[in-house]
Design a protein around this ligand. Structure first.
Ligand SMILES: NC(=O)c1ccc[n+]([C@@H]2O[C@H](COP(=O)([O-])OP(=O)(O)OC[C@H]3O[C@@H](n4cnc5c(N)ncnc54)[C@H](O)[C@@H]3O)[C@@H](O)[C@H]2O)c1
Length: 434
C-alpha cells in the first residue's frame, strides 16, 4: 500500500510540481522560512494559532526580521490561515511549534501535544506527519504518535506515517538561509524515510542526511546544541579562572588556537531557546532511564552563572575607578539572546541587569533590534530609544551591527568603564572583556 503510495508520490514529485499539499503548523523562526521554502515548489498552507502573526504575514510582515515582504511573496504557492480545518486534505503535516522548558527546567511538551491533537483529527489514509521541533530521543514515537492515533482513529505505520527532521536554522544570519543548511531527515519506515528525504531534497539545496531512525534524528539535534553548551561552558570556566589570574582569556584563546586541533569557542552568555534549553531535554530522557549525566549538567551550571559574574565584575571595575555605585548610570547595549535577531526568549542579559539593579545602579537598556513592546511585555523593561549623555559604565552585551559603529565619544567620558562581553570592540576602547 505504502509502496504504491510512494511510487505515486515519487512520480508526482518528479513531474507535477504543486500536486502535493503541505501544511506547516507553527509559523515562527522555523515555520515561516520552511513554509516559504516549500511554498516555492508545492501547494503549502501555513497555520498558526496566533491571529496577529497570520494577519501580519498576509501583509508580508515578518516580526522575526528573517524574511522581507519580497522574499515571502516569492513563495507563490504559499498561503496562511488561522483556521485549522483548512488544513484538511493536506498530504504532509510539518510541525514546528515551540518546545520550551517549564520553571523547573522540565520539557514543556504542551505545544507539541496541542498541535498533535489538532492535526490528529485531520489525518487521512497515508498522511505523513513530520516533526521539526527540537525534542529528546523517543519523543515523537512515545508522546506524539499515541495522540495522533487517538485523535485520528488510524493505526501508525499502517494508515499514517511519521518523520522527524530537526531544524538547524540560524536566525539573524542572512548568509545561511534555510535552504543552504544540510538537513537531517528520518521516517517511521524505510520507505517513508526515503520519501521524506526526497521531499526535503527538493527544497534544501545543501542536501540532506537520512538518519537511520527517528530516534537517531531526534538525538542528533539534541546533542548538536548540548555539545555547543558544554564547549562554551569550558570557555566560561576558563574566563572565570583567568580573571582570578589576571590574564586576558581571549589572548590565551588566540595563542592556543594556533594549534591545528584546538576548538574555536568563546566565552559568553548562553541564552535563547535552543542551546540553553535542549540539554534539559536530554537530561529528562537520561533520568527517565536511570542515567544521571555529569558533563551535561556541569556545563549548564557554569553557563547560567555568567550574567551574575559579568555584573559583579563591572561593579568591581567601577569601584576601582572611584565610582560611587549607588545611583551610577549604566548603559546596556543589547537585550536579545543573540546578535542581529529580535528574539529575547531566555536572554541571559536579564541576569546582568537584575544583578546590577541589586547594587543600586541605574540601568538603561538600548536595543535597536528588539521590539520595545515585546521587551516590556515579557521582561517589564522599558528600552530607551537613544542613549543620552555620558554613562559611568557601558556593557556591550550583544554584538548587534549598529553597536559596532557607535559614536562612543558622545556616551562615555574618561572615567567610563566599558565592558565587552562579546569581544568585538577595539581593545583600546574597552576597560575589560569577558
Ligand atoms: N529559532 C531557532 O533558531 C530554532 C532553530 C532550530 C530549532 N528550533 C526549534 O524549532 C521549534 C520552533 O521554534 P521557533 O523558534 O520557530 O518558535 P517560535 O516561538 O518562533 O514559533 C512557534 C510558533 O508556533 C505557534 N504555535 C504554538 N502552538 C501552536 C499550535 N498548537 N498550532 C499552531 N501554531 C502554534 C506560535 O504561535 C508561534 O508562532 C522549537 O522546538 C525550537 O527549539 C528553533
Amino acid at each position: 500500500m505504502i509502496t504504491n503510495y510512494l511510487e505515486e508520490q515519487k512520480k508526482k514529485l518528479n513531474t507535477i510540481r504543486n500536486d502535493l499539499k503541505i501544511a506547516i503548523i507553527g509559523l515562527g523562526y522555523v515555520g515561516l522560512p520552511l513554509s516559504v521554502a516549500f511554498g516555492k515548489h508545492f501547494q503549502t498552507l501555513g497555520y498558526d494559532i496566533n491571529y496577529l502573526r497570520i494577519r501580519e504575514l498576509l501583509n508580508g510582515i515578518d516580526y522575526t526580521q528573517e524574511l522581507s515582504n519580497e522574499q515571502i511573496a516569492e513563495a507563490i504557492f504559499l498561503n496562511f490561515t488561522t483556521k485549522i480545518e483548512e488544513l484538511q486534505g493536506a498530504d504532509i503535516f510539518i510541525i514546528a511549534v515551540p518546545t520550551p522548558v517549564d520553571v523547573s527546567k522540565r520539557p514543556d511538551l504542551s505545544f507539541l501535544q496541542n498541535a498533535s491533537r489538532g492535526i490528529g483529527k485531520l489525518l487521512k489514509k497515508n498522511s505523513i506527519v513530520i516533526y521539526e521541533s527540537t525534542v529528546y530521543p523517543g519523543c515523537t514515537e512515545e508522546e506524539c504518535v499515541p495522540i495522533l492515533e487517538k485523535e485520528s482513529g488510524l493505526i501508525f505505520n499502517q494508515d499514517f506515517f511519521c518523520g522527524y527532521s530537526p531544524e538547524r536554522i540560524n536566525p539573524g544570519d542572512p548568509t545561511r538561509p534555510i535552504t543552504s543548511i544540510r538537513k537531517v531527515t528520518s521516517g517511521s519506515t524505510p520507505e517513508v524515510a526515503e520519501f521524506i528525504d526526497q521531499l526535503y531534497k527538493r527544497v534544501i539545496t545543501a542536501g540532506t542526511f537520512k538518519a537511520s531512525s527517528i530516534r537517531v534524528a531526534e538525538a542528533s539535534k539534541a546533542i548538536e546544541n548540548a555539545q555547543r553548551d558544554v564547549n562554551i561552558s569550558f570557555m566560561n570556566e576558563l574566563a572565570l579562572l583567568f580573571d582570578k589570574l589576571n590574564i586576558d582569556t581571549h589572548d590565551v584563546l588566540e595563542a592556543a588556537a594556533t594549534k591545528w586541533n584546538f576548538l574555536n569557542f568563546k566565552p559568553g552568555l548562553v541564552g535563547g531557546h535552543c542551546i540553553g534549553v535542549d540539554p534539559y531535554y536530554l537530561l529528562h530522557k537520561a533520568e527517565s532511564v536511570g542515567y544521571h549525566p555529569q558533563v551535561l549538567l556541569s556545563g549548564r551550571r557554569i553557563n547560567d552563572q555568567m550574567g551574575v559574574y559579568i555584573a559583579n565584575k563591572v561593579v568591581k571595575l567601577m569601584i576601582r575607578k572611584g565610582h560611587k555605585i549607588d545611583g551610577s548610570r549604566v548603559l546596556i547595549l543589547g537585550i536579545t539572546y543573540k546578535e542581529n535577531c529580535p528574539d529575547i526568549r531566555n536572554s541571559k542579559v536579564i541576569d546582568v541587569i537584575r544583578e546590577l539593579k541589586e547594587f543600586g545602579l541605574k540601568v538603561e537598556v538600548w536595543d535597536p533590534v528588539a521590539s520595545a513592546e515585546t521587551v516590556y511585555q515579557e521582561l517589564s523593561i522599558r528600552l530607551i530609544s537613544q542613549p543620552s549623555g555620558t554613562y559611568d559604565s557601558i556593557i556591550l552585551a550583544v554584538a548587534h551591527q549598529p553597536f559596532l559603529s557607535l559614536c562612543w565619544d558622545s556616551i562615555k567620558n574618561e572615567n567610563t568603564i566599558i565592558y565587552d562581553v562579546k569581544s568585538v570592540l577595539d581593545q583600546a576602547l574597552v576597560t575589560a572583556r569577558l
